[in-house]
Design a protein around this ligand. Structure first.
Ligand code: ADP
Ligand code: ZN
Length: 722
């Protein structure tokens, strides 16, 4: 009798599919997550349909037996199809996609109780510098030793020492305890007639099931969240799970509270900084179907929901939905594909939809739901330009006189202001006045950014940090290094000079770097404890501060530099979003935009509040560039720690380029970040007509070229920066 055999998708991209024998008494079907032997090791795999995963067939006699099946539900066929689709579309190994599904190894193999540690309050008998550091850093924390060691910046050995000395104690955590249950009818708000109409359509689609993609296109403050909450309630009533994707963890806090008020229980969170115990708990509850509503970053999209009934992508235009390393996917697009495989509705919500999404709505693929005005009669803010060439700020300052006056006026009235500049830190560049040397990251083609709060210089690309040097590293001159240009910290200094009595808060990923801090910021801003917020893109969306009546954009031209094809769209979205923070309560809002190019089409459209004019101009530019939705682009990025090796590899790929009528291939040329994290990068760009077999062509082309082991070749389908 032939052996019972199965084919496995291995969780390691370096391995191809492998066949195993199913020992007697073991029950495995497609989708089962299993443990298999590989040499002396034990590895994980997912049982796959043999005909969908071609591999060389080895003889029965050479098959090794599976070791066991993990105690989790099988990966459903709908999700297996999504894994296949993603691998195919994004030219990524299936294993890499599957690893995003199996995102918690503890969920598969760990015990239901895990050990974490926390401070006892006791002091170690012998104090060392490292121990002191750890004790200070771990106040109020509880996590595994490894996680605590990372938080404190010490080794696990230091922490084990503290355990032995009684300063840290173990705590058993039950990772399978259930989540509080939400109720669909907990605190139902009364919807405006416009909202009611949109909500009814979403509820109907959710109740009847079936794939239906929606573009929820509503101005800032129109109450989009309330309308999709009605659809969430409908899914809950039917016992289905809901996934809400948000672009930033900082936004999650506000959403969690709002959600809890509406449904009586907070949703389950999923993001990259969850602790191992939280990951296990969330993953298993999601797989078991007991996690009802999951709010997460893009990675939540790949989790093995037992019974998904609805997906919402809020702020769907956000570029943070695009992942730029590993599997380079766009969560907005994968969300639509997941909904298609699951046969459920998906809602893309935005006040400034991506051109691609609008095109899908125009062509009828997405159903468009519109909320044209703000909830509760709040007016859209008045927008005015400040032409910096006519009314420049004082030398060495960045806030022009009209914006100064407006800030002063709000403070007098006790209203709140928000200044937007998309640059973290104090100054983006530090320059030697004597020799002109600029402080650059040793690992990246990027300047070191001065952060005055933390008294460090940091690279925003690789995280490299150093203390500010006392002397110029090039010429040795002392007191010659000067900061050039503004970051938010510098703007906050300037505000403090103009308005010495104002309470000023800098809001960036540096200052709001934990859920607690984000929550504190939101509470302070809501209760009027802040007069002026100076923030980066982090504060442009989601927040609802009723007392905020003035928004100042420090440099509207910043995002337009560089000439990247999406620059105008991104600028439009960012400024429209930040403008949308003004005047959301009873008092009207005003927006002042500082620019040197008041006639640039995107700036003029913003000033006129003419979204259609902007989208029309942008559509023409895209058509001209054969860019989405009219054509497609892909990037091939070749990198190595050795510049010559990277260049040679890029040339080899360039020399073997396919010559096809519907594909244009440009490059190789140094990539926009020509040096990143110590790797030299070259890039080819591929522009394809819609008809072209883009992925298949690229895969075959790239696979045919051999490289030394130090060379990496990454494929980016629908890239954002080109
Ligand atoms: P958007 O997501 O479209 O920017 P929100 O959903 O945040 O808008 O709504 C803007 C504000 O109006 C929020 O404070 C929200 O609580 C309030 N709001 C919206 N709809 C209602 C409603 N039906 N009843 C009461 N308040 C509402
Ligand atoms: Zn760097």
């Amino acid at each position: 009798m032939p052996a019972r055999r199965v084919r496995l998708l291995m969780m390691n991209a370096a391995l191809g599919p492998l066949d195993y024998r199913v020992p007697d008494g073991l029950d495995v079907n497609a989708g089962a997550v299993v443990v298999a032997p590989l040499g002396p090791r034990q590895v994980l795999g997912i049982v796959w349909e043999e005909e969908r995963l071609p591999a060389e067939r080895i003889d029965d006699s050479r098959l090794r037996p599976l070791l066991g099946v993990c105690d989790v539900p099988p990966i459903r066929a709908e999700l297996r199809r999504l894994i296949e689709w993603c691998a195919d579309y994004y030219c990524a190994p299936m294993a890499s996609v599957a690893r995003m599904v199996i995102a918690s190894s503890a969920a598969l193999r760990g015990a239901a109780t895990m050990t974490e540690y926390r401070l006892t309050g006791g002091m170690p008998e012998r104090m060392t510098a490292k121990r002191e550091l750890a004790l200070a850093a771990l106040e109020g924390e509880q996590a595994s030793l490894r996680e605590l060691a990372e938080m404190a910046g010490v080794s696990e050995a230091v922490l084990r020492g503290l355990v032995n000395q009684g300063a840290l104690e173990p705590v058993e955590v039950d990772c399978d305890r259930p989540y509080p249950q939400a109720r669909a009818d907990y605190a139902v708000p009364e919807l405006s007639p416009q909202q009611a109409e949109v909500a009814a359509r979403l509820v109907e689609a959710t109740a009847s099931g079936g794939f239906s993609p929606f573009l929820l296109d509503g101005v800032t403050g129109s109450g989009k969240t309330e309308t999709y909450c009605e659809a969430i309630a409908s899914a809950l009533e039917h016992g289905q799970q809901v996934l809400v994707l948000l672009p930033e963890i900082a936004l999650t806090e506000a959403f969690l509270r709002r959600f809890e008020n509406r449904f009586g229980a907070a949703p389950v969170q999923w993001h990259s900084s969850l602790k191992a115990t939280e990951r296990r708990r969330a993953w298993r509850a999601i797989a078991a179907g007991t996690a009802q509503v999951v709010v997460g970053a893009r990675s939540a999209l790949f989790l093995p929901y037992a019974n998904l009934g609805l997906i919402v992508v809020d702020e769907a235009h956000e570029i943070s939905f695009k992942q730029d390393d590993g599997v380079r996917y766009n969560a907005r697009d994968v969300a639509v594909m997941r909904a298609r495989f699951e046969r459920i509705p998906v809602v893309l919500a935005s006040a400034t939809p991506a051109l691609e999404s609008l095109a899908m709505a125009d062509s009828g693929v997405y159903e468009r739901l519109v909320l044209p005005s703000r909830f509760g009669g709040a007016q859209m803010p008045a927008i005015q330009l400040i032409d910096l060439t006519e009314e420049p700020p004082e030398r060495g300052e960045w806030i022009a006189p009209p914006l100064r006056r407006a800030l002063f006026d709000r403070l007098e009235k006790g209203e709140q202001s928000l200044l937007f500049l998309n640059r973290r830190g104090y100054a983006p560049l530090t320059l030697c006045r004597d020799c002109g040397h600029r402080l650059q990251c040793p690992h990246c083609s990027a300047w070191m950014v001065e952060h005055r709060f933390s008294a460090r210089l940091a690279c925003h690309h690789c995280g490299h940090e150093m203390p500010p040097p006392k002397a110029c590293p090039e010429c040795g001159a002392t007191d010659s290094l000067v900061p050039c240009g503004p970051g938010v910290e510098r703007i906050a200094d300037e505000v403090a000079q103009i308005l010495p009595d104002a309470r000023v808060t800098v809001a960036t990923s540096d200052t709001l770097n934990s859920p607690e801090r984000a929550a504190q910021f939101v509470a302070e801003a809501e209760h009027g404890a802040i007069d002026v917020i100076v923030g980066t893109q982090l504060v442009t969306k989601g927040f609802h501060f009723p007392e905020l009546t003035l928004v100042g954009v420090i440099d509207a031209d910043l995002g337009l530099e560089g000439g990247d094809l999406r620059a105008a769209e991104r600028t439009y979205q960012q400024i429209a979003q930040v403008a949308g923070r003004a005047g959301r309560g009873a008092k009207p809002g005003e927006v002042l935009i500082q620019t040197r190019h008041p006639d640039a089409p995107v700036i003029a459209a913003l000033a006129a509040g003419d979204r259609d004019a902007f989208y029309e101009a942008e559509t023409e530019a895209r058509r001209h560039a054969h860019a989405p939705p009219f054509g497609r682009w892909a990037a091939i990025i070749i990198s190595s720690e050795d510049e010559a090796e990277a260049r040679m590899a890029a040339n080899r790929i360039g020399d073997t380029r396919p010559r096809l009528p519907d594909l244009q291939i440009y490059g190789p040329a140094p990539a926009p970040m020509a040096l990143l994290r110590g790797r030299y990068r070259f890039r080819l760009l591929v522009n394809a007509r819609r008809s072209a077999q883009l992925q298949q062509t690229i895969r075959q082309w790239i696979a045919a070229v051999q490289h030394p082991p130090g060379v990496r070749v990454g494929i980016d389908i629908d890239p954002y920066n080109f």
